[in-house]
Design a protein around this ligand. Structure first.
Ligand SMILES: [Zn+2]
Ligand SMILES: [Zn+2]
Length: 364
Protein backbone atom coordinates (compact mmCIF):
# COMPACT_ATOMS: atom_id res chain seq x y z
CA UNK A 1 0.00 0.00 0.00
CA UNK A 2 2.74 2.39 1.00
CA UNK A 3 4.71 1.49 -2.12
CA UNK A 4 1.69 2.11 -4.30
CA UNK A 5 1.17 5.60 -2.88
CA UNK A 6 4.80 6.34 -3.59
CA UNK A 7 4.40 5.10 -7.15
CA UNK A 8 1.33 7.30 -7.65
CA UNK A 9 3.09 10.39 -6.33
CA UNK A 10 6.08 9.61 -8.58
CA UNK A 11 3.78 9.46 -11.60
CA UNK A 12 2.16 12.76 -10.57
CA UNK A 13 5.59 14.33 -10.19
CA UNK A 14 6.75 13.09 -13.62
CA UNK A 15 3.54 14.40 -15.12
CA UNK A 16 4.06 17.86 -13.59
CA UNK A 17 7.65 17.91 -14.83
CA UNK A 18 6.49 17.12 -18.34
CA UNK A 19 3.98 19.97 -18.25
CA UNK A 20 6.61 22.48 -17.18
CA UNK A 21 9.18 21.14 -19.65
CA UNK A 22 6.70 21.57 -22.50
CA UNK A 23 6.93 25.34 -22.04
CA UNK A 24 10.58 25.43 -21.00
CA UNK A 25 11.80 27.54 -23.95
CA UNK A 26 12.47 31.18 -23.11
CA UNK A 27 11.77 34.41 -24.93
CA UNK A 28 14.17 37.36 -25.07
CA UNK A 29 11.89 40.30 -24.28
CA UNK A 30 12.38 43.55 -26.18
CA UNK A 31 11.53 46.38 -23.81
CA UNK A 32 10.13 49.23 -25.84
CA UNK A 33 7.44 51.22 -24.05
CA UNK A 34 3.89 51.73 -25.29
CA UNK A 35 3.51 55.36 -26.42
CA UNK A 36 0.83 57.99 -27.13
CA UNK A 37 -1.96 55.59 -26.12
CA UNK A 38 -0.80 52.94 -28.61
CA UNK A 39 0.62 49.48 -28.09
CA UNK A 40 4.19 49.08 -29.41
CA UNK A 41 4.24 45.92 -31.55
CA UNK A 42 7.61 44.39 -32.48
CA UNK A 43 7.43 43.17 -36.08
CA UNK A 44 9.43 41.62 -38.92
CA UNK A 45 7.65 41.77 -42.30
CA UNK A 46 10.25 40.13 -44.53
CA UNK A 47 11.61 36.57 -44.32
CA UNK A 48 12.05 33.50 -46.50
CA UNK A 49 11.58 29.74 -46.23
CA UNK A 50 12.28 26.67 -48.41
CA UNK A 51 9.18 27.71 -50.38
CA UNK A 52 11.45 30.21 -52.17
CA UNK A 53 15.21 30.61 -51.59
CA UNK A 54 15.23 30.29 -47.78
CA UNK A 55 16.80 27.40 -45.89
CA UNK A 56 14.19 26.63 -43.22
CA UNK A 57 10.78 25.04 -43.01
CA UNK A 58 8.11 27.75 -42.42
CA UNK A 59 7.26 26.79 -38.79
CA UNK A 60 10.87 27.50 -37.76
CA UNK A 61 10.22 31.20 -38.45
CA UNK A 62 7.54 31.25 -35.75
CA UNK A 63 9.86 29.66 -33.15
CA UNK A 64 12.60 32.18 -34.00
CA UNK A 65 10.19 35.13 -33.83
CA UNK A 66 8.95 34.07 -30.42
CA UNK A 67 12.49 33.61 -29.06
CA UNK A 68 13.52 37.01 -30.48
CA UNK A 69 10.66 38.78 -28.66
CA UNK A 70 8.57 39.61 -31.74
CA UNK A 71 4.77 40.07 -31.75
CA UNK A 72 4.11 40.00 -35.51
CA UNK A 73 5.68 38.35 -38.57
CA UNK A 74 4.97 37.95 -42.23
CA UNK A 75 6.55 35.13 -44.25
CA UNK A 76 7.22 36.66 -47.65
CA UNK A 77 8.56 34.06 -50.05
CA UNK A 78 9.42 35.17 -53.58
CA UNK A 79 6.57 34.69 -56.01
CA UNK A 80 8.80 34.49 -59.09
CA UNK A 81 11.93 32.80 -57.73
CA UNK A 82 11.87 29.13 -56.65
CA UNK A 83 15.34 27.56 -56.67
CA UNK A 84 14.10 24.56 -54.62
CA UNK A 85 11.24 23.72 -56.98
CA UNK A 86 12.69 20.29 -57.82
CA UNK A 87 12.21 19.34 -54.15
CA UNK A 88 9.44 21.64 -52.89
CA UNK A 89 6.34 22.26 -55.04
CA UNK A 90 5.51 25.85 -55.95
CA UNK A 91 2.51 26.66 -53.76
CA UNK A 92 2.35 30.34 -52.82
CA UNK A 93 -0.26 30.03 -50.05
CA UNK A 94 1.33 26.99 -48.39
CA UNK A 95 3.87 28.68 -46.02
CA UNK A 96 1.04 30.65 -44.37
CA UNK A 97 -1.18 27.57 -44.08
CA UNK A 98 1.62 25.51 -42.54
CA UNK A 99 2.38 28.15 -39.93
CA UNK A 100 -1.08 29.49 -38.96
CA UNK A 101 -1.77 27.06 -36.08
CA UNK A 102 1.71 27.32 -34.56
CA UNK A 103 1.57 31.14 -34.71
CA UNK A 104 -1.67 31.03 -32.69
CA UNK A 105 -0.08 28.68 -30.10
CA UNK A 106 2.85 31.08 -29.65
CA UNK A 107 0.73 34.26 -29.69
CA UNK A 108 2.49 35.56 -32.81
CA UNK A 109 0.26 37.57 -35.12
CA UNK A 110 0.82 36.12 -38.59
CA UNK A 111 0.21 38.35 -41.61
CA UNK A 112 -0.13 36.78 -45.04
CA UNK A 113 2.47 38.12 -47.45
CA UNK A 114 4.75 37.54 -50.43
CA UNK A 115 7.66 39.20 -52.24
CA UNK A 116 6.93 40.42 -55.78
CA UNK A 117 10.34 39.89 -57.33
CA UNK A 118 11.15 41.68 -60.59
CA UNK A 119 14.42 42.78 -62.15
CA UNK A 120 15.78 46.09 -60.93
CA UNK A 121 14.21 48.50 -61.77
CA UNK A 122 11.50 48.31 -60.51
CA UNK A 123 13.02 45.87 -57.97
CA UNK A 124 11.46 43.84 -55.17
CA UNK A 125 8.24 44.72 -53.34
CA UNK A 126 6.54 43.02 -50.41
CA UNK A 127 2.77 42.78 -50.40
CA UNK A 128 1.36 42.02 -46.95
CA UNK A 129 -2.25 41.67 -45.68
CA UNK A 130 -3.04 40.05 -49.06
CA UNK A 131 -5.60 37.24 -49.29
CA UNK A 132 -4.70 35.34 -52.47
CA UNK A 133 -0.99 35.16 -53.31
CA UNK A 134 -1.28 33.09 -56.57
CA UNK A 135 -3.35 35.98 -58.04
CA UNK A 136 -0.22 38.17 -57.78
CA UNK A 137 1.70 35.85 -60.11
CA UNK A 138 1.12 38.03 -63.19
CA UNK A 139 3.13 38.82 -66.31
CA UNK A 140 2.87 42.56 -65.92
CA UNK A 141 4.51 44.10 -62.85
CA UNK A 142 1.93 46.87 -62.43
CA UNK A 143 -0.88 44.29 -62.48
CA UNK A 144 0.71 42.41 -59.58
CA UNK A 145 0.95 45.57 -57.46
CA UNK A 146 -2.58 46.68 -58.39
CA UNK A 147 -4.06 43.27 -57.52
CA UNK A 148 -2.25 43.30 -54.16
CA UNK A 149 -3.78 46.72 -53.49
CA UNK A 150 -7.25 45.51 -54.56
CA UNK A 151 -6.93 42.63 -52.09
CA UNK A 152 -6.44 45.18 -49.30
CA UNK A 153 -2.67 44.68 -49.34
CA UNK A 154 -0.02 47.04 -48.01
CA UNK A 155 2.86 47.23 -50.51
CA UNK A 156 6.36 48.41 -49.67
CA UNK A 157 9.60 48.70 -51.63
CA UNK A 158 12.32 46.34 -50.43
CA UNK A 159 16.08 47.03 -50.12
CA UNK A 160 15.93 50.11 -52.42
CA UNK A 161 19.73 50.40 -52.76
CA UNK A 162 20.37 46.71 -53.40
CA UNK A 163 21.54 47.14 -57.00
CA UNK A 164 23.63 50.32 -57.08
CA UNK A 165 23.35 50.68 -60.88
CA UNK A 166 19.59 51.22 -60.58
CA UNK A 167 19.65 53.22 -57.37
CA UNK A 168 17.21 56.04 -57.03
CA UNK A 169 13.59 56.98 -57.25
CA UNK A 170 12.44 56.42 -60.85
CA UNK A 171 9.24 57.13 -62.83
CA UNK A 172 7.98 53.64 -62.10
CA UNK A 173 8.10 54.41 -58.37
CA UNK A 174 6.33 57.74 -58.93
CA UNK A 175 3.52 55.89 -60.71
CA UNK A 176 3.11 53.41 -57.82
CA UNK A 177 3.24 56.28 -55.34
CA UNK A 178 0.70 58.45 -57.18
CA UNK A 179 -1.73 55.53 -57.44
CA UNK A 180 -1.31 55.09 -53.65
CA UNK A 181 -0.27 51.50 -54.30
CA UNK A 182 3.14 52.05 -52.69
CA UNK A 183 2.76 52.82 -48.98
CA UNK A 184 6.20 52.22 -47.48
CA UNK A 185 9.91 51.55 -47.99
CA UNK A 186 12.45 49.40 -46.21
CA UNK A 187 14.75 52.01 -44.68
CA UNK A 188 16.59 49.02 -43.18
CA UNK A 189 17.01 45.59 -44.78
CA UNK A 190 19.18 43.04 -42.98
CA UNK A 191 22.38 44.82 -41.95
CA UNK A 192 21.93 47.81 -44.29
CA UNK A 193 20.46 51.25 -43.56
CA UNK A 194 19.44 53.32 -46.59
CA UNK A 195 19.61 57.05 -45.66
CA UNK A 196 18.09 58.08 -49.01
CA UNK A 197 15.05 55.88 -48.28
CA UNK A 198 14.77 57.50 -44.83
CA UNK A 199 14.66 60.90 -46.57
CA UNK A 200 12.08 59.74 -49.18
CA UNK A 201 9.80 58.49 -46.40
CA UNK A 202 10.00 61.87 -44.62
CA UNK A 203 9.40 63.87 -47.83
CA UNK A 204 6.68 61.67 -49.34
CA UNK A 205 4.95 60.62 -46.13
CA UNK A 206 5.67 56.92 -46.68
CA UNK A 207 5.85 54.37 -43.89
CA UNK A 208 9.34 53.34 -42.68
CA UNK A 209 10.11 49.65 -42.28
CA UNK A 210 13.13 47.70 -41.07
CA UNK A 211 13.14 43.95 -41.66
CA UNK A 212 15.51 41.00 -41.49
CA UNK A 213 14.96 39.51 -45.00
CA UNK A 214 16.42 36.41 -43.37
CA UNK A 215 17.10 33.34 -45.52
CA UNK A 216 19.19 31.18 -43.16
CA UNK A 217 18.11 29.69 -39.83
CA UNK A 218 18.57 32.28 -37.05
CA UNK A 219 21.04 30.72 -34.66
CA UNK A 220 22.69 34.04 -33.82
CA UNK A 221 23.39 37.25 -35.65
CA UNK A 222 26.82 36.18 -36.89
CA UNK A 223 24.94 35.09 -40.02
CA UNK A 224 25.03 38.72 -41.15
CA UNK A 225 28.86 38.77 -40.81
CA UNK A 226 28.63 42.28 -39.37
CA UNK A 227 29.99 42.85 -35.84
CA UNK A 228 27.73 45.89 -35.38
CA UNK A 229 24.61 43.78 -35.86
CA UNK A 230 23.90 42.24 -32.47
CA UNK A 231 20.13 41.97 -32.77
CA UNK A 232 17.53 41.36 -35.45
CA UNK A 233 16.28 44.50 -37.24
CA UNK A 234 12.75 45.21 -35.99
CA UNK A 235 9.89 47.43 -37.17
CA UNK A 236 8.06 48.93 -34.20
CA UNK A 237 4.41 49.61 -35.06
CA UNK A 238 2.30 51.80 -32.76
CA UNK A 239 -1.13 50.20 -33.03
CA UNK A 240 -4.41 50.55 -31.12
CA UNK A 241 -4.32 46.82 -30.37
CA UNK A 242 -2.64 43.58 -31.46
CA UNK A 243 -4.91 42.67 -34.37
CA UNK A 244 -4.34 42.61 -38.12
CA UNK A 245 -6.87 45.43 -38.63
CA UNK A 246 -5.27 47.71 -36.04
CA UNK A 247 -1.79 46.91 -37.36
CA UNK A 248 -2.76 47.84 -40.92
CA UNK A 249 -4.43 51.07 -39.78
CA UNK A 250 -1.23 52.04 -37.93
CA UNK A 251 0.98 51.22 -40.92
CA UNK A 252 -1.23 53.20 -43.34
CA UNK A 253 -0.93 56.10 -40.89
CA UNK A 254 2.90 55.81 -40.83
CA UNK A 255 3.11 55.02 -37.09
CA UNK A 256 6.38 53.06 -37.13
CA UNK A 257 10.03 53.25 -36.09
CA UNK A 258 12.98 50.95 -36.79
CA UNK A 259 15.40 49.38 -34.33
CA UNK A 260 18.66 48.61 -36.09
CA UNK A 261 22.24 48.24 -34.82
CA UNK A 262 21.26 49.85 -31.51
CA UNK A 263 19.80 52.85 -33.36
CA UNK A 264 16.20 53.97 -33.50
CA UNK A 265 15.21 55.38 -36.89
CA UNK A 266 11.94 57.18 -37.55
CA UNK A 267 9.84 60.33 -37.30
CA UNK A 268 10.63 62.78 -34.51
CA UNK A 269 7.15 62.48 -32.95
CA UNK A 270 7.50 58.74 -32.26
CA UNK A 271 11.19 58.78 -31.30
CA UNK A 272 10.52 61.61 -28.87
CA UNK A 273 7.64 59.64 -27.32
CA UNK A 274 9.83 56.52 -26.97
CA UNK A 275 12.54 58.60 -25.29
CA UNK A 276 10.11 60.22 -22.83
CA UNK A 277 8.53 56.90 -21.91
CA UNK A 278 11.94 55.20 -21.50
CA UNK A 279 14.03 57.79 -19.64
CA UNK A 280 12.94 59.01 -16.21
CA UNK A 281 14.80 61.60 -14.10
CA UNK A 282 14.19 61.60 -10.34
CA UNK A 283 13.96 64.58 -8.01
CA UNK A 284 17.39 65.47 -6.56
CA UNK A 285 18.09 63.27 -3.56
CA UNK A 286 21.15 65.24 -2.35
CA UNK A 287 22.34 68.83 -2.60
CA UNK A 288 25.62 70.52 -1.68
CA UNK A 289 25.52 74.29 -2.29
CA UNK A 290 24.71 74.58 -6.00
CA UNK A 291 25.45 70.95 -6.90
CA UNK A 292 22.64 68.39 -7.03
CA UNK A 293 22.51 64.62 -7.47
CA UNK A 294 19.64 62.67 -9.00
CA UNK A 295 18.90 59.31 -10.61
CA UNK A 296 18.31 58.81 -14.30
CA UNK A 297 16.72 55.53 -15.42
CA UNK A 298 16.56 53.96 -18.87
CA UNK A 299 13.76 51.37 -18.95
CA UNK A 300 14.26 50.45 -22.61
CA UNK A 301 16.29 47.60 -24.11
CA UNK A 302 18.53 50.09 -25.97
CA UNK A 303 21.67 51.85 -24.79
CA UNK A 304 20.79 55.53 -25.24
CA UNK A 305 23.75 57.64 -26.41
CA UNK A 306 23.41 61.35 -25.70
CA UNK A 307 25.62 64.39 -26.26
CA UNK A 308 25.19 67.72 -24.53
CA UNK A 309 23.85 70.31 -26.94
CA UNK A 310 25.56 73.66 -27.43
CA UNK A 311 28.87 72.89 -25.72
CA UNK A 312 32.23 73.18 -27.39
CA UNK A 313 33.50 69.85 -26.17
CA UNK A 314 30.70 67.35 -26.79
CA UNK A 315 29.94 65.96 -23.34
CA UNK A 316 28.70 62.40 -23.65
CA UNK A 317 26.12 60.66 -21.50
CA UNK A 318 25.39 57.01 -22.22
CA UNK A 319 22.40 55.43 -20.49
CA UNK A 320 22.84 51.66 -20.66
CA UNK A 321 19.75 49.54 -21.42
CA UNK A 322 17.55 48.62 -18.42
CA UNK A 323 19.79 50.58 -16.01
CA UNK A 324 19.98 53.49 -13.60
CA UNK A 325 22.77 56.10 -13.62
CA UNK A 326 23.55 58.87 -11.14
CA UNK A 327 23.61 62.39 -12.51
CA UNK A 328 25.48 65.24 -10.80
CA UNK A 329 24.90 68.76 -12.08
CA UNK A 330 24.80 72.44 -11.12
CA UNK A 331 21.52 73.99 -10.01
CA UNK A 332 21.94 77.74 -9.94
CA UNK A 333 18.39 78.90 -9.11
CA UNK A 334 16.70 77.93 -5.84
CA UNK A 335 13.26 77.17 -7.23
CA UNK A 336 11.77 75.74 -10.41
CA UNK A 337 13.71 73.18 -12.41
CA UNK A 338 17.03 72.50 -14.11
CA UNK A 339 16.88 71.90 -17.87
CA UNK A 340 19.71 70.02 -19.59
CA UNK A 341 19.66 69.96 -23.38
CA UNK A 342 21.03 66.91 -25.18
CA UNK A 343 20.97 65.32 -28.61
CA UNK A 344 20.29 61.57 -28.67
CA UNK A 345 22.87 60.46 -31.22
CA UNK A 346 21.39 57.00 -31.80
CA UNK A 347 17.78 58.19 -32.32
CA UNK A 348 17.81 59.28 -35.99
CA UNK A 349 14.97 61.65 -36.94
CA UNK A 350 16.58 62.22 -40.37
CA UNK A 351 19.82 60.95 -41.96
CA UNK A 352 22.70 62.09 -39.68
CA UNK A 353 20.32 63.97 -37.39
CA UNK A 354 19.85 62.94 -33.75
CA UNK A 355 16.80 63.65 -31.60
CA UNK A 356 16.98 66.86 -29.50
CA UNK A 357 15.75 66.27 -25.93
CA UNK A 358 15.63 68.06 -22.59
CA UNK A 359 16.22 66.38 -19.26
CA UNK A 360 14.19 68.25 -16.67
CA UNK A 361 15.18 67.97 -13.00
CA UNK A 362 12.50 69.38 -10.73
CA UNK A 363 13.78 71.37 -7.72
CA UNK A 364 11.58 71.38 -4.62
ZN1 LIG B 1 14.32 40.94 -52.27
ZN1 LIG C 1 13.51 38.91 -49.61
Amino acid sequence: MKMRLKAVSFIVLVHLLLISLASGESRHELNFPDILGYKTLKCDFHMHTVFSDGLVWPTVRVDEAWRDGLDVISITDHIEYHPHKQDIPTNHNRPYELVAAKAKEKNILLIKGAEITRDTPPGHFNAIFVTDIPALDTKDFNDAIRIAWEQGGFVFWNHPGWKPEAKGWLDIHTKLYENKWLRGIEVVNGNTYYPEAHQWCLEKNLTMLGNSDIHDPITGYEIYEDPELTHRPVTLVFAKEKTAEALKEAMLDGRTAIWHKNQLIGREKYLDAIFRASVKVSNPYYRQKDTIWCEIKNNSCMDIQMEKAGTERAEKLVLPANSTMLLKTKAKGEAGEVKLSYVVKNFLIAPDKGLPVELIIPLQ
